[in-house]
Design a protein. Structure first.
Length: 248
C-alpha cells in the first residue's frame, strides 16, 4: 500500500524542517511526500531540498490558498491512501503511517482518523490541548464537531468519486469535506485511538477572535448546504466543551 502525504507550504521556513523530518523518519517506507508551495519568498524550498526527505514532487507557484494547494496535491498523488500534514505540524511518533496501513489492511474501510495534540511554539514538549476524535459521530456536526482533520486518511478513489476541497471557504473547507464524506456519502470509516500529529498553537482557524467568527459562520453555511440545522448559539456550546481538552 502506497501512502501519499500532502503538505501545503507558503513562507514556511520556520517549521518546515520538523515536518519533512517527521515524514522521512516514518518506519513505513512506501510513502510519497508531495509539497505544494505557494511561491514562497523565504528559504522554504532550500530547507526542504537540503534535508534527507521522501519528497517525490515539489510544485511552487501562486495558488488560491491552502485548500487550492491541497487539491493540487491530491490530484497529483499516486498513493492508495492520502493524508494531509500541515507545514508547521509533525508526526508525533515514527510509527503513525505503519499503524495507518495496518488498520486499512485489517478493515474494510474507506477512511480513518485519530487524535492530535497541541503545543506552544516555544515548548514543543508540553501538551496544552489534546483533541480526541473518540466521541465523534455525524450527529455532532451541527455542534461544530468533526474528527481531527490532520489525522484523516482516505482512499484516493473516494476523492475521485466525491470531489475535493471546496474553494469558497476561508477556513472551514475541511469541515465541509468531512460532512460530505462522513454524513452525506456515508463512507466506511474507523476511529483509531492514536495521537497522529503534534500541532503548534496559532493556526488560522484559532489564531484570533475574528477567525473564530469567520469559522463559525462558515460552519453554519456548510451545515445548511447539507441539510443540517445549526446556528451560532448552538455552535457556541463547543467552546464550553473545549475546556476539557485543555492540559495544564
Amino acid at each position: 500500500m502506497k501512502i501519499s502525504i500532502i503538505t501545503a507550504t507558503y513562507n514556511s521556513a520556520a517549521h518546515i524542517a520538523d515536518c519533512v523530518k517527521s515524514v522521512n523518519d516514518q518506519s513505513y517506507r512506501n510513502i510519497e511526500h508531495i509539497i505544494i508551495d505557494g511561491a514562497s519568498k523565504d528559504k522554504t524550498l532550500d530547507i526542504i531540498n537540503g534535508l534527507p526527505n521522501r519528497v517525490e514532487k515539489i510544485v511552487s507557484e501562486p495558488d488560491k490558498g491552502i485548500y487550492d494547494a491541497m487539491n493540487k496535491g491530491i490530484k497529483s498523488a499516486t498513493g492508495d491512501v492520502i493524508g494531509i500534514l500541515n507545514s508547521d505540524d509533525y508526526f508525533t511518533s515514527n510509527n503513525v503511517i505503519s499503524i495507518v496501513v495496518e488498520t486499512f489492511k485489517k478493515n474494510k474501510i474507506d477512511a480513518l482518523y485519530g487524535d492530535v495534540h497541541f503545543v506552544k511554539p516555544d515548548n514543543l514538549s508540553k501538551c496544552v490541548r489534546y483533541y480526541s476524535s473518540a466521541v465523534f459521530k455525524p450527529s455532532l456536526f451541527r455542534f461544530g464537531f468533526m474528527p481531527a482533520h490532520p489525522s484523516f486518511y482516505m482512499k484516493r478513489e473516494c476523492y475521485e468519486k466525491y470531489g475535493l476541497y471546496a474553494l469558497d471557504y476561508k477556513i472551514a473547507s475541511d469541515f465541509d469535506l468531512l460532512i460530505r464524506y462522513l454524513y452525506i456519502k456515508k463512507i466506511n470509516y474507523k476511529y483509531l485511538k492514536k495521537d497522529f500529529v503534534t500541532m503548534r498553537t496559532g493556526g488560522v482557524s484559532t489564531e484570533n477572535f475574528n477567525s473564530r467568527i469567520i469559522l463559525n459562520k462558515e460552519i453554519v453555511r456548510a451545515c445548511k448546504k447539507y441539510g443540517i440545522y445549526t446556528n451560532m448559539c448552538i455552535l457556541s456550546l463547543k467552546y464550553f466543551l473545549k475546556i476539557f481538552e485543555i492540559r495544564k
